[in-house]
Every structure is written in structure tokens, then in C-alpha cells.
Design a protein around this ligand. Sequence first.
Ligand SMILES: Nc1nc2c([nH]c(=O)n2[C@H]2C[C@H](O)[C@@H](COP(=O)(O)OP(=O)(O)OP(=O)(O)O)O2)c(=O)[nH]1
Length: 127
Amino acid sequence: MKQIEVVAAVICHNGKFFATQRGYGEFKDFWEFPGGKMEPGETREEALKREIREELDTEISVDTFLTTVEYPYPAFHLTMHCFFCSVRSGHLELKEHENAAWLRLEELDSVDWLPADVEVVKTIKNH
Ligand SMILES: Nc1nc2c([nH]c(=O)n2[C@H]2C[C@H](O)[C@@H](COP(=O)(O)OP(=O)(O)OP(=O)(O)O)O2)c(=O)[nH]1
């Protein structure tokens, strides 16, 4: 089974969490935390900063580790490392996603998350 290792940013500000909606591909229209696949030789933090720069034209600080989720999709096994992050500079411009929202804790269940993210959302709520 193919394995992929992904990093994801749970960007927080004033009690809200930044969620993005996929604009293309197999999981189009599902919501996720921005991020992507790690490249060889990168640390998790480097990969996350690079992905957020590419996807949102924004510099983040990677603040604390939240959780690692393991999820068996039919076509691959996902390992996803999630971190609480904050914006250092930039305006979270959507370069690849079709939509985004700042969600309060009690609004986190209002969007259709990718299957692996349901576990991440539970962890945020219990944090
Ligand atoms: N970024 C991100 N990916 C997620 C989340 N939940 C989840 O199941 N995934 C899955 C969807 C994708 O199969 C994979 C991430 O790949 P990606 O397509 O975002 O990564 P990438 O930008 O490096 O890839 P690519 O399109 O250049 O191939 O992880 C999530 O919250 N954030």
C-alpha cells in the first residue's frame, strides 16, 4: 500500500481556526487544514512553512504539535502531522483552494471535512 506523509497547519487567531476547501482533484470540495506532502530531507516544520507559502502566500510560525493522524484511504495510507500555527506575515491568499473560512470551535462541525480530518477536529475540541 502506498504511504504518504503530510503536514497540516491549524492556524488560530482570536479563538478561530482557519479551514480551506479543496479546489481540485479527488477530494475537491472537501474541507481540510492547509498543508501538503513532505519532501525528502525536509523537517515537518520546514515542509509546513513551504506549503503555506505556496498555497496561501503567507509566513507562519509553527507553534505547538497537536496530533498525528493515521488514516487508511482506499488508495493510500495517510500519516498526517498537525500543528497549531499562527500568521507572521501575509494575508492568507487562496492560491489553490476554492474557499476558506475562520471557524469558531462550535462551528467546526459545520463543514464537510476530509475523512482523516474528522479525528483532528475531535482532538482540537478536546484540547
Ligand atoms: N493538506 C492536507 N491534506 C490532507 C488533509 N486531510 C487529508 O486527508 N489530506 C490528504 C489529501 C491528499 O491526499 C494529501 C495531501 O496532499 P496535497 O495534494 O495537499 O499535497 P501536495 O500539495 O504536496 O501535493 P500535490 O497536489 O502537489 O501532489 O493528504 C488535510 O487536512 N490537509
